[in-house]
Design a protein around this ligand. Structure first.
Ligand code: APR
Length: 247
């Protein structure tokens, strides 16, 4: 019974001090942002190495930019959903709350989360592939593709992390540190197959933290969860939050 799982999740979270939430594409699914894997996923029918790798960008920057332009265009029409809003409220509910996301859509910020560890960067950042200068730019569409760096004339790229690239310096360290110290890790809407993000679930479990998963389907790390909330995050997280509120 899902009601029992919701109560079990709330019981785990009640009174704890240090909580980490790890989110993936599924937390934005109910906002209308497609996930990557599975039926209807963004990568379906399109080999990821043709759009989400440094090699693909080197070979054809305009093709890669067109893919990201389309995603940026769609994101201008979406808004945070109740799952994002609950996670924004939790920054004030728990004495220590760290939000770690693999998403590049900035919907957690839009919901009011003040500090977000963005493991895979942001689609609203544009970075020069020559001098590394980074800038936020929400212009859609961009006036020219590929955009060119105003400082050095180099080709600019989306400020996201591609397959085979390092994560932004310091961000993974901060996420790992918080996960090692947490009492509860809430894993929301990720298939947990992409590393190093997926490794955070192992770090939490091996450090003795309790893991709660929120996902309509079992992720690759579901076996490490004490409670599996099977269903959409935009419905289930508000249910858990309501029990905490009433406590
Ligand atoms: N609520 C919660 N979870 C959901 C919902 C929902 N409403 N809808 C779908 N999901 C789940 C799916 O069951 C799936 O497990 O969200 C997960 C999405 O998985 P992926 O598409 O693999 O996304 P993610 O885990 O974020 O991918 C990780 O891979 O492609 C790269 O860099 C990209 O950050 C991304 C990374």
């Amino acid at each position: 019974m899902i009601a029992e799982e919701i109560s079990a999740a709330a019981a785990i979270l009640r009174g704890v001090t240090r909580v980490v939430a790890l989110t993936g594409a599924g937390v934005s699914a109910e906002s209308g942002v497609p996930t990557f894997r599975g039926a209807g996923g963004l990568w379906e029918g399109q080999p990821v190495q043709e759009v989400a790798t440094p090699q693909a960008f080197a070979a054809d920057p305009v093709r890669v930019w067109r893919f990201y332009e389309e995603r940026r265009r769609r994101l201008t029409r979406v808004a945070p959903n109740p799952a994002h809003r609950v996670l924004a409220r939790w920054q004030d509910r728990f004495p220590s709350f760290t939000l770690v996301t693999q998403n590049v859509d900035r919907l957690h910020h839009a919901a009011g989360s003040r500090e977000v560890l963005e493991l895979h960067g942001s689609i609203w950042e544009i970075r020069c592939s020559s001098c590394g200068r980074s800038r936020e730019d929400r212009t859609v569409p961009l006036p020219a593709l590929p955009p060119v760096c105003a400082s050095c004339g180099g080709t600019e790229r989306p400020g996201v992390v591609w397959f085979g690239e390092y994560l932004p310096p310091g961000v993974m360290d901060a996420a790992t540190e918080a996960t090692q110290r947490c009492e509860v890790l809430v894993v929301v809407g990720t298939s947990a197959v992409v590393y190093p993000a997926a490794g955070l679930v192992e770090i939490a479990a091996s450090g003795g933290a309790k893991v709660i998963e929120v996902n309509p389907d079992a992720s690759a790390k579901a076996h490490l969860a004490e409670v599996n909330l099977r269903g959409p995050a935009g419905e289930l997280l508000p249910n858990v939050d309501a029990l905490l509120e009433g406590a």
